[in-house]
Design a protein around this ligand. Structure first.
Ligand SMILES: [Zn+2]
Length: 173
C-alpha cells in the first residue's frame, strides 16, 4: 500500500502483518480491520432482498445491502445510513435488526486491500415491495427478491456474504 514513508518519503518502509513501520523516522501505521454491515431483509413469503452490484469489485454479482461503517458511527447507525443511501429505505419503527453472523472479508478497492469485519443483521419487512425502494442507480444495477433456497454460492459477490447466507439458511428455514 505504501511504497514510500508518508512522513519522510523513505523507501525503507516495511510492512509486518498489518503494521507499516519506517526505520528512518519511526513512523508507524496499523492498517486495521474496518467494520462493515450486511443485511438480510426478509420480505413476504420469506424472500430476501438482494442487490445486483453495478460496480467493481464483483460487478453483476448479488450482494446484501450494507457497507462500511463510517468513523464515528455504530454498526446499526451505519446500517441505517447505508439502507437509506442504497435503497432509499428507512427501517420501520419496531423492526429491530438482529445480528445473526459475523465473518471477515477482504475487499479490494482502488488497489488497496481492506480487511473488514462484516456484521450481518436480519430484519423482518413483510410489507416491503420494490415500489417502496429507491435504489442508488450508480452502485446498484437492480434489486431482487429471492427465495433463499435459490441462492447459490457462485451468485454472491463476497466470501463473507456466502458464509452469512449459509448461516441464515440453516437458522431460518
Ligand atoms: Zn519515515
Amino acid at each position: 500500500m505504501f511504497k514510500y514513508c508518508p512522513a519522510c518519503a523513505s523507501q525503507k518502509i516495511v510492512l509486518e502483518g498489518h503494521r507499516f513501520h519506517c526505520p528512518d523516522c519511526g513512523f508507524v501505521y496499523y492498517h486495521n480491520t474496518a467494520a462493515a454491515t450486511g443485511c438480510v431483509i426478509r420480505a413476504a413469503g420469506g424472500k430476501i432482498l438482494l442487490l445486483v452490484r453495478g460496480r467493481e469489485p464483483a460487478k453483476g454479482k448479488l450482494d446484501m445491502p450494507g457497507g462500511f461503517v463510517d468513523p464515528g458511527e455504530g454498526a446499526l447507525e451505519g446500517l441505517r445510513r447505508e439502507l437509506r443511501e442504497e435503497i432509499g429505505w428507512d427501517i420501520p419503527p419496531g423492526a429491530e435488526p438482529v445480528l445473526f453472523a459475523s465473518f471477515p472479508n477482504r475487499y479490494p478497492y482502488h488497489d488497496i486491500l481492506y480487511n473488514t469485519c462484516d456484521l450481518f443483521f436480519a430484519i423482518d419487512a413483510p410489507d416491503l415491495t420494490e415500489k417502496d425502494l429507491q435504489r442508488e442507480e450508480a452502485e446498484i444495477a437492480a434489486v431482487r427478491f429471492v427465495n433463499p433456497a435459490d441462492i447459490h454460492d457462485e451468485d454472491l459477490a463476497f466470501d463473507s456474504t456466502r458464509r452469512a447466507i449459509q448461516v441464515y439458511k440453516q437458522r431460518y428455514r
